[in-house]
Design a protein around this ligand. Structure first.
Ligand code: GLY
Length: 404
């Protein structure tokens, strides 16, 4: 059943308080760490695949000329990112050493420009290199992250004020492409400005985020997945989707990236318009949740649908709502987003983690990577696991500034 457009307030805040009360973040972290401990043995210094198959991660499968277990694609940093979170949560050197083993791989990847024609440089180097710099003062990681920021800046199209998503800058189909996820890559640039004192990184990130705010967020507060610009004139052209249900629908993970990405844009720039945009995106997301508060993979679907949930969208949204709530003054809206974050997270902990009788090495089950292409449907995925653990870490220590 397709979701009926509704102006009804979400029942989110009137229900499931029992679940919220059941949220035991410490216990959930302990369970997650047990899985991470086992995965450290399984993967050594190589990388798990983007998603599970039958709920189980294997080594990253060889493809496109890359070796099995290699560092390619956009998701590899989420695994060391989880190890850095584990170190942050426990102070255990086992996790620190485990995470440090991956830094050199990211140094090599950047040096040799391996699969880096992408905006995803921010996801990759924020977790793999900014995190160790912040947590341990690793200057090698810091220098690498600064070089990664330069690499990302090379994708900045000054005339349009955007960072191109994919491909060479003269690629006929990819010229002028942007994607909502890219908001999460901007913190690498804000960080680079803060470290170097050079405003060019942060200015580009601010302009890029403002372009997405003004054109990728639709008047009804939903988001396009992808948006194209005319690189000659700077004019906005059209929005579309690849991983959503339809060009005009609202891909759940995209909306979650928007909640978190615009909240972070506010944090780094102080531009109030980003805060308002994050609130609008959050309100739409919360108003279109099913009964258990974990979004279907596209917000066009509602209870009664045969479609799958995307637990990773829920985990990202929780982190976004926590960040948004943190930036708001005391009051009803701050409490609303905080309560929503707790409620969604409690549902994830209770219903979406592997329970007895389920063989899985994922932290979170029931994610969707790309439904239209039938990739990673109803499976665990690395980013879902990372943001689930980040949400738990934020719950245990709301004042901790994370790596973004
Ligand atoms: N950043 C790609 C995705 O969310 O699937």
């Amino acid at each position: 059943m397709l979701h009926q457009t509704s102006t009804q307030p979400s029942p989110l805040f009137e229900r499931d308080w029992m679940i919220t009360k059941a949220l035991d973040a410490k216990q959930a972290v302990q369970r997650a760490l047990q899985t991470i401990d086992a995965n450290m043995i399984t993967f050594g210094d190589r990388f798990p695949d983007d998603t599970t198959i039958g709920n189980v991660y294997t080594l990253r499968r060889a493809r496109n000329g890359f070796d099995e277990g290699g560092n390619f694609g956009w998701t590899t940093s989420f695994w060391p990112g989880m190890l850095w979170l584990a170190y942050d949560l426990t102070g255990s050197d086992v996790y620190r050493r485990g995470a440090e083993r991956y830094i050199q791989s990211f140094v090599e990847r950047l040096k040799n420009k391996i699969d880096l024609d992408t905006h995803d440089v921010g996801f990759l180097y924020t977790l793999a290199c900014v995190a160790p710099w912040r947590l341990t003062g690793n200057t090698h990681a810091k220098q690498t992250a600064l070089k990664a920021a330069d690499h990302l800046m090379a994708r900045y199209l000054e005339k349009v004020g955007i960072i191109q998503a994919w491909g060479n800058l003269d690629h006929p189909e990819q010229r002028g492409s942007t994607i909502i996820d890219s908001l999460m890559n901007m913190p690498l640039l804000y960080w680079a400005s803060a470290e170097t004192g050079e405003p060019r990184f942060g200015s580009a990130a601010h302009r890029h985020a403002a372009q997405l705010r003004d054109h990728v967020v639709r008047p009804d507060s939903t988001t396009y997945h992808i948006f194209y610009w005319d690189v000659e004139t700077g004019e906005p052209l059209r929005g579309s989707t690849v991983q959503g249900y339809a060009d005009s629908s609202c891909w759940a993970r995209g909306q979650a990236w928007a909640i978190y990405g615009f909240s972070l844009s506010y944090r780094h720039t102080g531009d109030e318009k980003f805060l308002r945009t994050a609130e609008r995106c959050a309100d739409y997301f919360l108003d279109h949740l099913p009964a258990d508060n974990v979004a279907y993979w596209d917000l066009v679907f509602d209870d009664g649908s045969e479609e799958e949930r995307d637990s990773s969208a829920a985990a990202i949204a929780v982190c976004g709502l926590q960040e948004l709530s943190k930036r708001l003054p005391d009051g009803e809206r701050k409490r609303r987003y905080q309560s929503a974050a707790e409620t969604i997270l409690a549902s994830l902990v209770r219903y979406y983690t592997p329970g007895d009788g389920i063989e899985s090495n994922a932290l979170l089950l029931h994610g969707v990577y790309d439904k239209p292409k039938a990739v990673g449907v109803d499976e665990g995925n690395l980013w879902g696991d990372y943001f689930y653990l980040e949400a738990l870490a934020r719950t245990l220590n709301p004042n901790r500034e994370l790596y973004w």
